[in-house]
Design a protein around this ligand. Structure first.
Ligand SMILES: *[C@@H]1O[C@H](CO)[C@@H](O)[C@H](O)[C@H]1NC(C)=O
Ligand SMILES: *[C@@H]1O[C@H](CO)[C@@H](O)[C@H](O)[C@H]1NC(C)=O
Ligand SMILES: *[C@@H]1O[C@H](CO)[C@@H](O)[C@H](O)[C@H]1NC(C)=O
Ligand SMILES: *[C@@H]1O[C@H](CO)[C@@H](O)[C@H](O)[C@H]1NC(C)=O
Ligand SMILES: *[C@@H]1O[C@H](CO)[C@@H](O)[C@H](O)[C@H]1NC(C)=O
Ligand SMILES: *[C@@H]1O[C@H](CO)[C@@H](O)[C@H](O)[C@H]1NC(C)=O
Ligand SMILES: *[C@@H]1O[C@H](CO)[C@@H](O)[C@H](O)[C@H]1NC(C)=O
Ligand SMILES: *[C@@H]1O[C@H](CO)[C@@H](O)[C@H](O)[C@H]1NC(C)=O
Ligand SMILES: *[C@@H]1O[C@H](CO)[C@@H](O)[C@H](O)[C@H]1NC(C)=O
Ligand SMILES: *[C@@H]1O[C@H](CO)[C@@H](O)[C@H](O)[C@H]1NC(C)=O
Ligand SMILES: *[C@@H]1O[C@H](CO)[C@@H](O)[C@H](O)[C@H]1NC(C)=O
Length: 360
């Protein structure tokens, strides 16, 4: 046998033992492992600076991360990790962390500042991602994109080291979204904790998204943000979304629904927020605006919001904050049924549209 063939066979043997997982602790072994193994353990993996950890996995693969997964520092846009595949089961081991070393990037400017790598891009089908702890994300953490039937549960995203008053002045984390959902259907995000400085969860387009049992601290809220595309109606269309049973603390907003007035046409239909408790809210308890990004701008009805239910939304906002703010475009809002919305504050609500069941 030629030495090359021997090498090849050894390589297959090294990565094909079906009873034992392939244990990978050297970045150079990642690509072969993802091709050859259906059960992979990444053990204290170090990913060199400026390179994406690309996990294009085989159907049904199980992946576990152990120890501290770290990334070399360089100013770039990332992502640090992409995960693709069908039927995946991706988990963090007990005590495992992903450390994005955000402190090396944070400049108090977020996206417009120095280049910062996005963390995870998940483009998967029929897959679960659970028990994952991430600290210090340079900028936004998880992008679920073009996915179908994925569940993310038991995540902890902790960017609290980037909070104002915690990070040195001018070195705060900004635009550190927890979870963003883009063009995906049948997505569940649940039982998770986010400490950050932008949206806790932001759902942008797709259908059948269920977000529940979240604890969000320091965030910009449980958000819907539609109208990113100037040309595609599907990419500006969102339906069947539920946010339930969650707590927001010390945040700019509790609930934030924004349609982009400079975007193309689309719609938001059948959204429910249920059993959400808010406290120490700095700006708006519930903020619904069809004039994003300019809160004072003329609203536009390119993305109407139809069938919006709010059930049992309770808590309080700080003294300079507005409990409920609604700025609809002419004909931009219809069929809103609210009940049990009770947010206390010192300022009055500001609404140009009255949901059924709620007096602004
Ligand atoms: C990956 O596998 C190929 C053949 O399957 C082999 O030639 C190559 O050396 C392996 N790479 C590493 C880093 O082991
Ligand atoms: C990713 O994996 C899938 C399924 O294993 C395979 O068909 C595809 O060619 C891979 N793509 C890349 C870019 O490696
Ligand atoms: C993870 O590893 C990096 C690089 O060695 C280190 O700087 C960081 O402190 C570690 N994080 C934790 C939480 O142990
Ligand atoms: C994996 O996902 C990334 C981004 O989510 C995408 O750009 C890429 O085409 C996908 N690759 C495969 C092999 O599916
Ligand atoms: C959704 O994914 C799960 C695995 O996470 C799988 O068991 C289930 O059958 C999938 N549902 C559908 C409708 O494909
Ligand atoms: C949206 O996601 C679906 C499902 O993965 C995919 O087939 C479609 O190409 C995506 N659309 C765009 C515009 O990326
Ligand atoms: C959409 O068009 C507006 C106005 O022409 C422009 O400011 C904006 O950058 C465009 N957005 C995208 C995503 O192309
Ligand atoms: C929304 O949910 C309804 C009821 O379950 C379902 O019939 C419809 O297909 C869903 N919409 C989309 C776009 O998936
Ligand atoms: C609205 O979406 C929910 C899931 O969030 C679904 O159960 C319900 O059937 C949908 N209603 C309609 C009218 O599509
Ligand atoms: C409301 O949400 C809280 C978590 O914030 C949960 O403990 C409680 O069980 C939920 N109540 C109902 C009626 O689902
Ligand atoms: C709404 O709140 C009422 C009164 O606290 C409670 O009885 C009910 O279970 C709640 N419903 C939901 C869906 O959380």
């Amino acid at each position: 046998m030629s030495p090359l063939i021997v090498l090849f066979l050894l390589n297959i043997i090294a990565f094909s033992c079906s009873a034992e997982p392939c244990v990978v602790s050297d970045f150079d072994d990642v690509e072969n492992a993802t091709k050859q193994c259906s059960d992979i353990v990444f053990d204290n993996l170090y990913v060199p600076a400026g390179i994406t950890l690309k996990l294009n996995l085989t159907k049904g693969a199980s992946v576990k991360f152990k120890g501290n997964t770290t990334f070399g520092f360089t100013n770039w846009l990332g992502p640090l990790v992409t995960i693709n595949g069908t039927g995946l089961n991706v988990q963090g081991d007990e005590g495992a962390i992903f450390d994005g070393q955000g402190q090396l990037y944070w400049d108090g400017l977020g996206g417009p500042g120095s280049e910062k790598p996005q963390f995870f891009t998940i483009e998967a089908f029929h897959s679960t991602f659970s028990n994952i702890k991430v600290i210090n994300t340079p900028i936004d953490c998880v992008q679920v994109t073009n996915a179908i039937n994925v569940t993310l549960s038991d995540w902890i995203i902790d960017d609290s080291a980037g909070d104002p008053g915690v990070a040195p002045e001018g070195q705060e984390g900004i635009n550190t979204d927890g979870f963003d959902v883009w063009n995906s259907t049948d997505v569940v995000i649940k039982d998770s904790v986010v400490y950050n400085q932008d949206d806790c969860v932001a759902v942008r387009c797709g259908a059948n998204v269920y977000v529940a049992n979240m604890y969000c601290h320091g965030t910009h809220g449980l958000s819907i943000s539609v109208g990113f595309s100037n040309t595609s109606v599907p990419l500006n269309t969102l339906s069947n979304v539920t946010f339930a049973d969650s707590i927001l603390v010390n945040s700019d907003n509790g609930i934030h629904i924004k349609t982009h007035r400079d975007g193309g046409y689309g719609s938001i239909t059948n959204v429910t927020y249920r059993n959400i408790t808010i406290s120490t809210i700095h700006k708006y308890g519930i903020e619904i605006q069809e004039n994003y990004p300019d809160i004072n701008g003329e609203p536009r009805n390119n993305v109407p919001i139809v069938d919006l239910k709010m059930v049992n939304i309770t808590g309080s906002v700080e003294k300079n904050a507005v409990p409920v703010f609604i700025r609809c475009a002419d004909g931009g809002c219809a069929d809103w049924k609210w009940s049990g919305v009770d947010i206390t504050g010192q300022k009055s609500d500001q609404c140009n549209f009255n949901p059924e069941g709620y007096t602004c």
